[in-house]
Design a protein around this ligand. Sequence first.
Ligand code: NAD
Ligand code: TYD
Length: 353
Amino acid sequence: MDYKKKILITGGAGFIGSHLVRLFVNKYPNYQIVNLDVLTYAGNLANLTDLEKKSNYSFVKMDIVDASSIQELFETEQFTDVIHLAAESHVDRSITNPTEFVMTNVIGTVNLLNSAKHIWNDHFEGKRFYHVSTDEVYGSLGNTGMFEETTAYDPHSPYSASKASSDHFVRAYFDTYGLPSVISNCSNNYGSYQFPEKLIPLFINNIQNNKALPVYGKGENIRDWLWVEDHVRAIDLIFHQAELGTTYNIGGHNEWTNIDLIKLLCEIMDKKLNRKTGESEQLITYVKDRAGHDLRYAIDSSKLQKDLGWKPSLQFEEGLTKTVEWYLENSEWLNSVTSGDYQKYYNEQYQKR
Ligand code: NAD
Ligand code: TYD
């Protein structure tokens, strides 16, 4: 078959990447989708078993830090587009091991930019490099205000510093070489297939197993939560319609203090597990705060709503309920990702608090 596009999606075995790969493979049978992932602890091919037999889908196991293999792959495959999600993505791990974040998030991104620039060789028409980033690059808000696309970068964690750096490189390649790029910065995602190191799946797993719920500090930090499927719908729109060189913020105007979110989650879990009202809340345990913990994130997504007509499809309570149901119905997935190294990570991360 003659495909209209050959798109490299990096990090497609991870949480957001697997949702994006699924959307593109199913929605665009005339696009060939190549999913590249090195399969770290966060990457899992079990996230994509439904796509294995699709003729417009293939998987390549490769490290984006390995410049020569990446270069060779680009030369052989001649991708028309790149959507780049591969990253080390967990703030707590970045505090323990910042260098790994520099390698994957900064060097890995520059390797991809170099390879795209090399194969496209100034013939940029019809080509696109889409870099998927985070609102954490903007730093922390006080009680008021929101992140706009023009907000100055002010990252605090090694994770957000590495993502900020990668964003700067993408813009530098657009400004210097004209490499056709777009960037989006999204708020906290939740939904199925998220690795249980992030707040929501970690706490679902702990509630289910009657384990303590380690709330950092006083639980007063605020995050702006978006359902992952709404994020990938926004990526689809931006990929197809955004003007080159532009940036879009993605977020659901859905701010929650951690403690309010956790109480809502406990309430939903009590119902689903037939527990007495208030039973799961008793697992809440306040622990030592995260170092450099950003107080508040909030995204102004009005540009995306106005330019491209995007809006979130789900109310938070509905999305959170669907998410809880998914984890309860997919205990095999949850058990497989929490076996092995997970226990070691968990003990190291939480015993010291
Ligand atoms: P994730 O940790 O679930 O998945 C990352 C994927 O990248 C994994 O499959 C992993 O195996 C792969 N990967 C890591 N290092 C690699 C390397 N060196 N070479 C090849 N593959 C590698 O992350 P996620 O939550 O799905 O995030 C995806 C992207 O979206 C990241 O760039 C992240 O910064 C961004 N983002 C995430 C959120 C969020 O709330 N999760 C919000 C905004 C933006
Ligand atoms: P997380 O899911 O790690 O996302 P991010 O740090 O990228 O926003 O954390 C969301 C919020 O929950 C953040 O304020 C830190 C807090 N948190 C806890 O209180 N306890 C935990 O065990 C974790 C993982 C997070």
